[in-house]
Design a protein around this ligand. Sequence first.
Ligand SMILES: Cc1cc2nc3c(=O)[nH]c(=O)nc-3n(C[C@H](O)[C@H](O)[C@H](O)COP(=O)(O)OP(=O)(O)OC[C@H]3O[C@@H](n4cnc5c(N)ncnc54)[C@H](O)[C@@H]3O)c2cc1C
Length: 468
Amino acid sequence: MDNNFDVIVVGAGPGGYVAAIRSSQLGLKTACVESRKTLGGTCLNVGCIPSKSLLHASDMYFKAQKEFKSLGIESTGIKLNLSRMMDNKNKSVITLTKGVEFLFKKNKISYLKGKGIILDKNTVAVVGNSNKKEIYKTKNIIIATGSVPTSLPGIKIDEKNIVSSTGALSFDKIPKELIVIGGGYIGLELSSVWKRLGSNVTVIEYLDHIIPGMDKDISGEFLKILSKQGIHFKLNSKVTGVNLVKDKAVVDFTNNTTSKRERMEANKVLIAVGREPNIGEDITKLGIKLNSQKKIQVNEKFKTSVKNIYAIGDVIDKGPMLAHKAEDEGIAVAEIIAGQAGHVNYNVIPAVIYTSPEVAIVGKTEEELKKENIKYKIGKFPFLANSRAKVNNETEGFVKVIAEEKTDKVLGVVLISTMAGTMIAELALAMEFGASAEDIARTCHAHPTHSEAVKEAAMAVDKRPIHF
Ligand SMILES: Cc1cc2nc3c(=O)[nH]c(=O)nc-3n(C[C@H](O)[C@H](O)[C@H](O)COP(=O)(O)OP(=O)(O)OC[C@H]3O[C@@H](n4cnc5c(N)ncnc54)[C@H](O)[C@@H]3O)c2cc1C
């Protein structure tokens, strides 16, 4: 193989593999280095995909047990086969990671297996399985090395009793007691999975609300819904230690207001307190600048402080740590390297929590607008008044459209609904085109659909919803 490239991408997660495909589409000779055995990064191997597989399967199991009867479907003897559920998840992961390998071949991307080490702005060494080192030359480098789970000071993740999300995606038995430290997206999704499958789940969260940064209306409502589902919450509580005593993990925590100390024990403890950028030593030695959270600093063209070296995805100091953000950056950076005008609009990046019901958000929250002194009006519509949600017995949740007071321009939308993850796309598109609430209100929405609630919430901005 000729070892000279136009672009070498380090890391084949959704940021890296998409950057490689787009670079190749644009006629750039491209290679992608990946140290994991399979392509697709955190997302496909131990993130979005396996978690969604378990969320879907556990939701089906739960519904078959608890909801089918009310729909007139009599079912007896429903049993859980956890190892088959895990096999199904693993099969999805294999199919999708192989799919990326196929796309690499189709796009004539050189797949370099091993750890990529950046020696200088035009040279990448790849250390393979047998420790053999190959040197590659390139005009441009894209760092897409992603992120890894973080822990709390003094708490060691062993992936047996004290696990990260990776361990919690592969338990071989239902833990009788599961303590989840961290009430963010990942913690709540995995709490839902194991609760539905039979665990007694307690979430311990430092803040006095769940989902940091989320619209307060939504996090309050969501807390009520999850509590009704039987998940226990200890909010406003600081975990001070997690220790193994025989085969149990003992968690100590203190209430931030009352200073009251508590101790709980569980078979498994999931540490879901966030993720940190995956920064190699090579990068710091090259003088690439990092911010205070150790994320790579990039400008609006994804350039790092070192010429010809770009960075995208979870590892950079822009936007949320989400797969679709990384993918959009992958497309933009390739286009920029090819001399085009690649761009990512960070104001319109949707985020979804895939629980049941789902939670979705795009744009600004009321709290952010208040801080920025921007005057706004809101329109809210509950799914209780949506006909499709009613016939499906899915009446929990609401849509909230937030529009600028003077111009009516949509600044943000939040929603809780079984269909929230799919519905948010319409709102992202509307915001990308600078739509007003009135634009959404005057757009014909099919009946009967959950999406009619979006139209109604947009009408409610002008205080004229029809069905509420
Ligand atoms: C449990 C869980 C659920 C999630 N669910 C969602 C979801 O539903 N939706 C969503 O949008 N996001 C979700 N995320 C987040 C999402 O997975 C990440 O935002 C996304 O994977 C980031 O993509 P990336 O390309 O930046 O990095 P990554 O996906 O982390 O990929 C980086 C890759 O680089 C490789 N690498 C690192 N260093 C080197 C090196 N020196 N040489 C070679 N290779 C290297 C790594 O092995 C890795 O494969 C979830 C994450 C977790 C953990």
